[in-house]
Design a protein around this ligand. Structure first.
Ligand SMILES: Nc1ncnc2c1ncn2[C@@H]1O[C@H](COP(=O)(O)OP(=O)(O)OP(=O)(O)O)[C@@H](O)[C@H]1O
Ligand SMILES: O=P(O)(O)OC[C@H]1O[C@H](OP(=O)(O)OP(=O)(O)O)[C@H](O)[C@@H]1O
Length: 213
């Protein structure tokens, strides 16, 4: 039984695709999609269990070894910079991390001339690093959601946020001005588990790699 695997799966928008992907390599976690308040799903016949966690908490469970494997967005990995093995780009959950600002400001704005700016974001570390690399002094204001509201109420001139369809920006009179990173979902692995459960984890990585390539 000590070869049992624990997988951390994020609730939210990448839940269903994660479960569909695992099903393709014979790991069946479909009962996680049933309406339930359960947080641990046991699959003794598959010698594994799955935890349902907040997307932003996946790296923590994997880093501490509470989960051997996790599924998580690259945005979260960039922000948290945890010591995890990241063997695979799962090629779904595609979006972009962008700097955006109001249409009117963009008309006369030149990102090459930014010196002191104020930015609202859910990704303060990524934003800080990005602006520092451009030599721009940025005051970063951390928000937890509805980031697009920031410039509309004068909290900040600009935001750093994820853009997928662009609909949220459009409906709020904002436009993209710079791309920070292309984002997809990743498989992450606890470094100790990679050694102690090597064969099983390698089998999963290889299986997933074949499916997505
Ligand atoms: N349009 C999008 N907006 C946000 N995330 C997206 C989008 N498209 C794909 N993603 C990916 O989905 C992941 C999970 O997003 P989701 O909205 O479910 O959780 P979250 O609200 O960011 O996390 P938490 O609830 O832990 O704060 C993101 O980290 C990102 O990698
Ligand atoms: O380009 P779009 O397809 O419109 O998607 C982008 C929006 O989706 C995310 O927000 P989410 O729905 O996760 O809500 P949040 O504001 O609570 O983060 C993201 O933060 C943007 O606001």
């Amino acid at each position: 039984m000590n070869n049992q695997l624990t997988i951390a799966i994020p609730k939210g928008r990448i839940l269903t695709e994660s479960i569909e992907l695992f099903a393709k390599i014979g790991i069946h976690l479909e009962s996680m999609l049933e309406d339930s308040r359960k947080l641990i799903f046991e699959y003794p016949e598959q010698n594994l269990r799955a935890l349902i966690v907040r997307a932003t908490d996946v790296p923590t469970y994997v880093e501490y070894g509470c989960a051997d494997l996790g599924i998580v967005g690259k945005d979260t990995l960039l922000e948290q910079d945890k010591d995890l093995y990241e063997p695979l780009d799962l090629k779904f959950g595609y979006c972009r991390m962008m700097v955006a600002e109001p249409v009117n400001l963009a008309k006369s704005d030149d990102p090459g001339r930014w010196s002191h700016i104020r930015v609202a974001t859910k990704y303060p570390h990524v934003a800080e690093k990005y602006f520092a690399s451009k030599g721009v002094q940025a005051e970063i204001i951390k928000l937890y959601g509805s980031i697009e509201l920031g410039p509309l109420v004068g909290l900040s001139e600009r935001i750093v946020d994820l853009v997928s369809t662009g609909e949220t920006l459009r409906q709020n009179g904002l436009v993209e001005v710079e791309t920070i990173a292309e984002i997809t979902t990743r498989l992450v692995v606890n470094r100790a588990s990679l050694k102690t459960k090597h064969q099983r984890i390698r089998g999963i990585i290889d299986g997933l790699e074949k499916i997505i390539s």
